[in-house]
Design a protein around this ligand. Sequence first.
Ligand code: AMP
Length: 120
Amino acid sequence: MSYDRNNVFAKILRGEIPCKKVHEDEHTLAFHDIRPQAPVHVLVIPKGEYESWDDFHATASDAELAAFSRAIGMVARQLGIAGDGYRLLSNCGVNGHQEVPHLHVHIVGGKLLGRMLPKD
Ligand code: AMP
């Protein structure tokens, strides 16, 4: 499947629409989710054109992989949620209910988050 350059995160990366940035480095950008679902809700994205984890792992450089992983931990500390804990979520594809087709990790925290998935 080819990457859709019109997705909203691609537009943020090109500076075409604004974001509330919390971290940026050569390979990674992190910003507040526009519809937060917890007191802290930040999205971390690679700057490269990757849609999913399988795509990212298969084709990203070691530097991109390392920067992405480091950024997630750094942002959690920077946001002050590392001590009480937080959750990482990454929706991929149709079954994962991914709405924006650019790889992203949600960092959510700031309250007790309950069970990982609702029971059926
Ligand atoms: P997902 O279902 O994992 O693809 O989630 C996409 C997330 O992107 C949702 O939580 C949206 O609220 C968020 N989102 C969509 N547009 C924007 C935007 N312009 N700035 C920040 N977050 C956004």
